[in-house]
Design a protein around this ligand. Structure first.
Ligand code: SF4
Length: 155
């Protein structure tokens, strides 16, 4: 059976930025799985075009066999990745962030003014998170006093 001929097409909107480009998802009616995502040529904003981020949407689906599903850890100086569970990873990340922040926290500047900033941690946002998630991670970074914050969407 030709799955392209029997596919159901579903329109949606890219969640990655405020441009709001239209997408068409082709769904296999036998399996219910998405097998293609492309720009919607009838959409008034993007008229079928997508930026690199939107064009890579299909790779976020379960069809992408390379998607990471487990925590991978590489010890310092090691060339091997180890699978870990979240119960191991989350306390370790929290410990490292706390220790690093405590070591580099700046309470006042050279003039004695209170600044309360963390200068030894940077935050680089993900290209695969949406506007609301970006807000959340930025608020979290600022709550820690982090001042070096950047994001893929800036470029
Ligand atoms: S991230 Fe790209 S594809 Fe998505 S809405 Fe913005 S410009 Fe369009």
């Amino acid at each position: 059976m030709n799955r392209v001929k029997t596919a159901k097409q579903v329109s949606t909107v890219c969640c990655y930025c405020s441009v709001g480009c239209g997408l068409i998802c082709s769904v296999d009616t036998l399996t219910g799985k998405i097998f293609n995502i492309e720009g919607d040529a009838d959409h008034p904003i993007n008229e079928g075009s997508l930026c690199a981020k939107g064009a890579g949407f299909f790779d976020l689906t379960e069809a992408n066999k390379h998607r990471l599903k487990k925590v991978l850890y590489r010890a310092p100086m090691s060339d091997k990745w180890e699978e870990k569970d979240w119960d191991w990873a989350l306390p370790r990340m929290a410990r490292l962030i706390k220790d690093t922040r405590d070591a580099g926290f700046v309470k006042t500047n050279a003039k004695g003014e209170v600044v309360n900033r963390c200068e030894n941690i940077g935050h680089l946002g993900s290209s695969n998170i949406d506007n609301e998630e970006c807000w959340l991670v930025t608020a979290k970074a600022r709550a820690l006093g982090i001042v070096y914050i950047d994001h893929q969407a800036r470029v």
